[in-house]
Design a protein around this ligand. Structure first.
Ligand code: ISE
Length: 370
């Protein structure tokens, strides 16, 4: 059922089509010319893309899925049919040119993000881009520069932990200084297991990238250096994967932050964070659902994966994006946050390989992200 629309090809990228007229109709902030619900093009219909389509359709108010795009035409067509009223495309740019589209949610694999982001910028469309912004620092910098050329922010990056109730409470305590100055953070990040092909570099780029973002956000400081320790690995990890790992960050204010990353722990999904401050400590992420006393034991449950653990955070993140976009505003994690995370990830992968302390070098923060 899905249609694949033809678009023109400019500079080797398929782009533009009727984009300038569409952008003009949308006005400076993308949606002013179209009152009512926000028509979203979801790019990528794998695990996260399909989950976001369901979320936009069933949970979020003020938005509808107008188009979906995936190289797998059948998968895109099935998803479009499931939600009804959406058109399926194989070309992301064609989906963005769909007349019902006001905004773009990018959930394709990381290496495809740069092209999709530039396509969205060419149409001046608001974007929610799943993490990572792009898979490396050089491409993240190109995106940062392209957004600056637009002259206004267009992108919210999908660092969804910032929308988790626990992390928000912790952030508020730290911002108010309730327990004094933060000195250290202790993160734990445990996955039950890893998908096939998961590599040591992905342990930083896919997993620790979340701790990189929440560390910068919670402390309101940049990360200045990274070290990685690799204990003797668990026998449950695939051959060649150094699991668990201990990642250490230093920040611009001299704080030290550790992350225990254990992605084949076997028993479920656990993410927690403890802030150690001058006047006390505060820890989030220890909730275990319903507390049960039975058969001579007490306890609760551990969620199986990140989709369950962070379901509320994903919902809140997308609702926040839809609401801000309908007001003509852009909020939440920015391209600067995506760029900074990419640079720290690169340093982390080097530190992992060398065992050395690797300094992090960021460009000066541009005014747009002040
Ligand atoms: C995955 O890509 C995520 O984003 C999860 O939040 C994280 O826990 C997991 O380790 C990553 O692979």
């Amino acid at each position: 059922m899905g249609t694949t629309r033809e678009t023109g090809t400019v500079d080797g990228r398929s782009t533009v089509g009727h984009a300038p007229e569409a952008a003009a109709a949308r006005g400076a902030h993308g949606v002013e010319g179209r009152p009512g619900t926000l028509g979203v093009a979801v790019i990528g219909t794998g695990r996260m893309g399909a989950d976001h389509v369901r979320r936009l359709h069933d949970v979020i108010s003020g938005a509808r899925v107008a188009a979906v795009a995936d190289l797998d035409a059948d998968r895109a067509a099935r998803l479009a049919r499931d939600v009804g009223g959406a058109t399926a495309y194989t070309d992301p740019a064609a989906a963005m040119d769909d007349p019902g589209v006001d905004a773009v949610l990018i959930a394709s694999p990381g290496p495809a993000h740069e092209a999709a982001l530039l396509d969205a910028f060419a149409r001046d469309l608001p974007v929610l881009c799943e993490k990572p912004l792009t898979p490396d620092a050089a491409s993240a910098l190109r995106v940062l520069e392209a957004e600056q050329k637009l002259g206004h922010r267009r992108v919210q990056v999908g660092f969804m932990r910032r929308y988790d109730a626990g992390y928000r409470t912790l952030k508020s305590l730290l911002t108010k200084g309730t327990h004094g100055r933060p000195l250290m953070l202790h993160h734990k990040h445990r996955n039950a297991d890893t998908p096939p092909g998961f590599t040591n570099a992905m342990m930083i780029n896919d997993s620790v990238v979340h701790e990189i973002d929440v560390t910068r956000w919670l402390l309101d400081e940049e990360i200045t250096a990274v070290r990685v320790l690799r204990p003797a690995p668990t026998g449950n990890a695939p051959e060649g994967l150094s699991d668990p790992q201990l990642i250490l960050f230093e920040t611009s204010a001299g704080q030290v932050v550790d992350t225990e990353l254990f992605v084949n722990c076997g028993f479920g999904y656990q993410v927690s964070c403890e802030a150690v401050c001058e006047g006390g400590t505060a820890r989030i992420g220890d909730d275990h659902g319903v507390f049960v006393n039975a058969a001579g034991q007490w306890g609760g449950t551990i969620p199986p994966g990140f989709v369950e653990r962070f379901e509320d955070a994903y919902d809140r993140q997308v609702q926040h994006w839809v609401d801000a976009t309908r007001r003509g505003e852009v909020e939440g994690p920015s391209c600067w946050d995506g760029y900074a995370a990419a640079v720290v990830c690169e340093a982390g992968v080097l530190a992992q390989a060398s065992g050395e302390r690797v300094p992090v070098e960021l460009i000066e923060r541009p005014d747009l992200y002040g």
